[in-house]
Design a protein around this ligand. Structure first.
Ligand code: NAD
Length: 247
């Protein structure tokens, strides 16, 4: 199926679920992990910053992770044409859920209804204590880093803090995962955008939608391409607006 066929299928559907990954934000200046300019392609050792065991065991990893958060491109990034196209899709009333692996908040910044955005891997905009679970705005903690605290401890219990994102070795929020599973299982079209589909359990959502028309929009091959009704390889900012009626 080509672009026009996908656009027609979306126009005819009542229930579209979208799964996005880091690729939808690269055009906004936030690098992905596994793409050609991905963070892990350039520096495979950067993976340790998102490993919960390394984070808990090694203060040097935490100090580096706080510096990475301080300078994260999400603080200045603007939503791109891909994010905006999904707002247009929502306006048609067809969008059932926008499941995202991204932590950057750009879907909400573009105008997506926060109720429809399911952040499978959490958000960098909040900070959480790994000891007592106390949550604070990330900028409050980054102010402490700017003021000289290299690894700011929880102001309530003194515990180790990190962004409210899911690291390797941590579980997903069961409520968010449950809603994502329901959204995949009940949609007519499942649109996977800018994701390598190599991170579980996110990629497995595709297995839960055997009857849905699967459309993959991604620059590189994914392990699910052979299952898709359409695989569209162009840049997301060009492809996605062409699939969705603009309002
Ligand atoms: P990934 O890095 O594994 O894959 C991204 C895919 O997007 C790649 O296959 C790449 O070819 C494709 N891509 C990149 N830019 C594109 C473009 N402009 N047009 C078309 N395709 C493009 O990303 P993932 O599958 O989301 O898994 C990575 C994990 O990293 C996720 O868990 C996510 O939480 C996290 N992450 C998030 C962000 C963010 O919030 N923006 C950034 C980096 C990593």
């Amino acid at each position: 199926m080509d672009r026009d066929g996908v656009a027609a299928a979306i126009a005819a559907a009542d229930r579209v679920t979208v799964l996005t990954g880091a690729g939808i934000s690269t055009e906004s200046g936030i690098p992905d992990y596994r793409g050609p300019n991905g963070v892990w392609k350039k520096d495979p050792t950067a993976m340790r910053l998102v490993d919960i065991n390394a984070y808990l065991a090694d203060p040097a990893v935490r100090v580096e992770a706080w510096q990475e958060r301080l300078h994260h491109p999400a603080w200045t990034a603007e939503p791109g044409a891909g994010h905006r196209a999904l707002v247009d899709l929502e306006r048609t009333g067809k969008l059932h859920a926008l499941v995202t692996q991204n932590i950057d908040g750009l879907h909400q910044a573009a105008g997506s209804d926060p109720e429809l955005v399911l952040e499978l891997h959490g958000t960098i905009h909040r900070c959480r204590c790994l000891g007592c679970g106390y949550e604070t705005p990330m900028q409050t903690q980054l102010d402490r880093v700017r003021a000289g605290e290299a690894d700011p401890a929880c102001s309530r219990c003194g515990g180790i803090q990190r962004s409210a994102t899911v690291a390797f070795g941590q579980s997903l929020d069961p409520g968010v995962l449950r809603r994502a599973v329901e959204a995949a299982a009940t949609c007519e079209v499942l649109l996977a955008v800018g994701t390598s589909l190599r991170v579980q359990p996110a990629a497995r959502l595709i297995d839960l939608a055997p009857k849905a028309l699967l459309v993959i929009v991604n620059a590189e091959p994914t392990p699910y391409d052979h299952r898709a009704a359409a695989v569209l390889r162009g840049r997301i900012g060009e492809v996605l607006p062409a699939l969705v009626p603009s309002t």
